[in-house]
Each structure stands twice: as structure tokens, then as C-alpha cells.
Design a binder for this molecule. Structure first.
Ligand code: SIN
Length: 473
């Protein structure tokens, strides 16, 4: 795949471009043209026209095109993964996994496209028929993050395209190459050029245009709660439909009766996926007093097996953090916890490789007055809190404005139900640390967002329900 075939990707710097760097080596990979405001307005107008034609073709035809897109993604899996590792830093095996995950949304929604249907309701009156139909919402916009440069795009574009919407994606400036690669493949698959377009530029400039547009009827955003709230406000004037997948502060609870080895595997998978840079990462690990010391020892053993390095190298499973700000936040959380009495069991500092590499870090005796209890670390820090009772840990787990994902390990089936129902979160992993897939509804409550992505519910987010009342008199 020749990325430089895309008109917005350049080998050499010119004015008004974004530098794309490899966080593992600091090598400049490419320059991206910023989308000019007038060009963006034209893209929106063209999408408006193209959407109507796209919506008008049979859903079966849209599904076939999406399936071609899916197969093209699989065919290009290795190169897409390499592009991702180079611009984002995640290990190549994780990048390959993300491409499969990203492609799964395309396949899932291609299949869902053919199952859209309305209802016929019993009338209240003689000579009247009441019905609903579902229609695509129109032109949509998506603003996507750097931590999953492909999957967070396909999770939005697949339902949009399947339902007959057009979609304009502002990709993260740190990881735009994966986005443009998807756009190239989508065109090759037969998705009309104005129906899915990637744009870039200064976030505020682009989001002002997207959010202020009357043509764009829906915005889907994945990112921080702070930015989500700003976008929410910006969309108020044009009353757009919104999907927001925002920050998390996931509790990960291990009870005395848990299978310890499975709990360790769950923590490792949840905490260290993408070097801790996911919204659903275990952020606070609560361990019951009877199993506490043993778990700390076993977790440290497992963490010693993590290999930090350039994601393109064999055996590496922890890449660099995305940038210096990310690294500073991890350092801040560790320093704050140590100052307030936490104990360092493993790691704790910048990795000897330099740059933005950080040592996987284990802290125990962490308390709720520490920063790490309140904020998402978004890095490879595992903080262990001790608890005694179920009631106590439910209160601790829910003591946050966030509500994205929560996890717990227990073999007591009655407790499984109690916890599942008491945790104020959109998603709950029970005896597992990995919950994401295309079949399940992904999303949070409280400050973690609005709406659901993936699953059968994901399509509804891109459709309007229209009610028809027919008089036969
Ligand atoms: C995220 O971190 O925003 C998404 C993680 C996932 O899809 O599992």
C-alpha cells in the first residue's frame, strides 16, 4: 500500500502540515496536510449530495461493498499493522490484533445492514394504520483518538455506512496514517469517495466547522471527558445527535474466592494492553485482604515477564507511551501515591531505553486519597488497594464520576449477580479482563459518555425512527 498516493500525505514538509512521528524512534514518518476551512465546507457539501445516493442503493449492495472493504483490510493486515505500530507505538502483535478487531466492525455492520426494519403497531382507531420506518440520519462526523487508530474509526464508520449515512472523520493528529490507509482501502472496495472522507488539522478549527454545520446531523467522539464536554456544548446550537465514548476509571476487583491465576491473567490483559493506554484499562485494582499479599507477589512475577521496547521488535509487549505528556502523567500519579504512603513493588521510573518508554509499575497499599484513585492514569501503572467487605468495595468502585468499564473476579455466583447489578458502569467483565468485541455494546454511563457502539444497538445510533400514521378513510 502506497500511503503517499493519498493527496493529503506528503514526504516533505510544506506550510500548514502536521508532522507524524514514530514514538519509538522519533523518526518523522510523513507530513499531513491540514484541511482548510473552505475545503472542509466543500467536503461537507459533497458528502450531503453523496449521502442521498448512498442511502438510495439497496442495503444488500451496501453490505457487499462493506464486505469487500472487510476482506481488503484482512488482505492488508500486515502493512496496516506496521503503519499503526510505527505511528502509535503499540507492539506489532497488538497492532495486528487491532486490525482484526477493526475489520470485525465492518463485517458485523455489513451483516446488520440487511436487518433494519420498522414496526406496525395496533391502531387506536378504525381505518388507521400506525407504522415506523428507520432512515439514515444523514451526514455524520467522527472525531477519533490515537490509542486505537483503526478500530475507533471502523466502530463509527461501519454502522454509519451500513445504515446509509456519509461520514467525515477527523482522525487524531498523532496517528493519521492508519485513518488515511482505511480511506484508501474503502475507495478500493467501492465506497463512493465523498461518502467517507478523512480530514485533519487543528482540533478546535476542525471541530468548530463540524459541530457548527447544519448539514452534519450527528457527531460521534471517542476521547477525554473534558473534550467531550466541549464538543457537547459546541453541538448544542445545531441539536446534533451525539455518541460519546469518554474517559474511564475502571475498578478491577479480586475477591478472596477468585481463581488467583485467572485474576492475574485478567489484570495483565486489562492493565497492560496498549501499555495501559485504553479507556477500559484497570485503573484501580481492589484486592480482598485474604488474597492481597499473594496477589501482589504473583502480579509482580507476571509483570517481570513484560518486555519493553520498539513494537516492531520480536517479543516486545510494551511499547513507548504516545508522548511526553502521557509519561509525565504516569510519573505524577506514582510520585503522588508514594508521597501519600503507597509502596513501590516494581518499576516506578522512566525506562533505560529513554524517550517515552516507561517501566511497568506496581504499587501496593494505595488509598482513595491518592490521585490514581480519582483520575485515569492511561499508562502502565498497576495500583493495588486493599478491601475487606463486598459493601465496602462496591462503594469504593462507584466513588467516581466515571462509569465506563468495571471488572471483578469471584467464583460465588450469587455475588456475581449482586456485583453486576450494583456497579454503576456501562460494561462489566466477570472473571475476565477483556470485554471488547464487535457483538457487544460498548459505552459508558455518567461522565463516561452517551450511546453505545458495536452490537445491534450501534446501528440505531446512525438512524432516525420515523412514525407514519395512515388514514384509510
Ligand atoms: C478505548 O480505549 O477507547 C477503546 C478500547 C476498546 O475498544 O477495547
Amino acid at each position: 500500500m502506497d500511503l503517499f498516493a493519498h493527496k493529503d500525505i506528503l514526504k516533505n514538509k510544506i506550510e500548514n502540515t502536521i508532522e507524524v512521528k514514530n514514538p519509538a524512534t522519533q523518526e518523522i514518518l510523513a507530513y499531513i496536510k491540514k484541511t482548510d476551512k473552505d475545503v472542509l465546507a466543500e467536503i461537507i457539501n459533497k458528502a450531503d449530495k453523496a449521502q442521498k445516493e448512498w442511502a438510495n442503493i439497496l442495503s444488500e449492495e451496501r453490505a457487499d461493498i462493506l464486505m469487500r472493504f472487510y476482506y481488503l483490510m484482512l488482505e492488508h493486515k500486515d502493512i496496516l499493522a506496521e503503519i499503526m505500530t510505527k505511528e502509535q507505538g503499540k507492539p506489532i502483535s497488538e497492532a495486528q490484533g487491532e486490525i482484526i478487531y477493526a475489520a470485525s466492525f465492518i463485517k458485523w455492520f455489513a451483516q446488520q445492514a440487511r436487518h433494519v426494519c420498522g414496526d406496525i403497531m395496533e391502531s387506536k382507531m378504525q381505518g388507521q394504520r400506525l407504522m415506523t420506518i428507520k432512515q439514515p440520519i444523514g451526514v455524520c462526523a467522527a472525531i477519533t483518538p490515537w490509542n486505537f487508530p483503526s478500530a475507533m474509526i471502523t466502530r463509527k464508520i461501519a454502522p454509519a455506512l451500513a445504515s446509509g449515512c456519509a461520514i467525515i472523520v477527523k482522525s487524531a493528529s498523532l496517528t493519521p496514517l492508519s485513518a488515511y490507509a482505511l480511506e484508501l482501502l474503502a475507495k478500493e472496495a467501492g465506497i463512493p469517495k465523498d461518502v467517507f472522507v478523512v480530514v485533519n488539522g487543528d482540533s478546535n478549527v476542525v471541530s468548530d466547522v463540524l459541530c457548527g454545520s447544519e448539514i452534519i446531523r450527528k457527531l460521534s467522539f471517542t476521547g477525554s471527558t473534558e473534550v467531550g464536554a466541549q464538543l457537547y456544548a459546541k453541538c448544542a446550537k445545531t441539536i446534533k445527535k451525539l455518541s460519546m465514548e469518554l474517559g474511564g476509571n475502571a475498578p478491577f476487583i479480586v475477591f478472596d474466592d477468585a481463581n488467583l491465576q485467572e485474576a492475574i491473567e485478567g489484570i495483565m490483559a486489562s492493565k497492560f494492553r496498549n501499555s495501559g493506554q485504553t479507556c477500559v484499562c484497570a485503573n484501580r485494582i481492589y484486592v480482598q485482604s485474604g488474597i492481597y499479599s499473594k496477589l501482589c507477589v504473583e502480579l509482580e512475577k507476571a509483570m517481570r515477564g513484560l518486555k519493553v521496547g520498539n513494537g516492531l521488535e520480536n517479543g516486545v509487549n510494551q511499547g513507548p507511551l504516545i508522548n511526553q505528556n502521557a509519561l509525565e502523567k504516569v510519573k505524577e500519579h506514582i510520585a503522588d501515591a508514594l508521597k501519600k504512603g503507597a509502596k513501590l513493588l516494581y518499576g516506578g521510573k522512566e525506562h533505560r531505553l529513554g524517550g517515552t518508554y516507561f517501566e511497568p509499575t506496581l504499587l501496593c497499599d494505595v488509598e482513595s486519597n491518592m490521585l490514581v484513585a480519582k483520575e485515569e492514569t492511561f499508562g502502565p501503572l498497576a495500583p493495588i488497594f486493599k478491601f475487606n467487605t463486598e459493601e465496602e468495595v462496591i462503594a469504593m468502585a462507584n466513588d467516581t464520576e466515571f462509569g465506563l468499564a468495571a471488572y471483578f473476579f469471584t467464583q460465588d455466583y450469587k455475588r456475581q449477580w449482586r456485583l453486576a447489578e450494583s456497579l454503576e458502569y456501562g460494561m462489566v467483565g466477570i472473571n475476565t479482563g477483556l470485554i471488547s468485541n464487535e457483538v457487544a455494546p460498548f459505552g459508558g454511563v455518567k461522565h463516561s459518555g452517551l450511546g453505545r457502539e458495536g452490537s445491534k444497538y450501534g446501528l440505531e445510533e446512525y438512524m432516525e425512527l420515523k412514525y407514519l400514521c395512515l388514514s384509510l378513510k
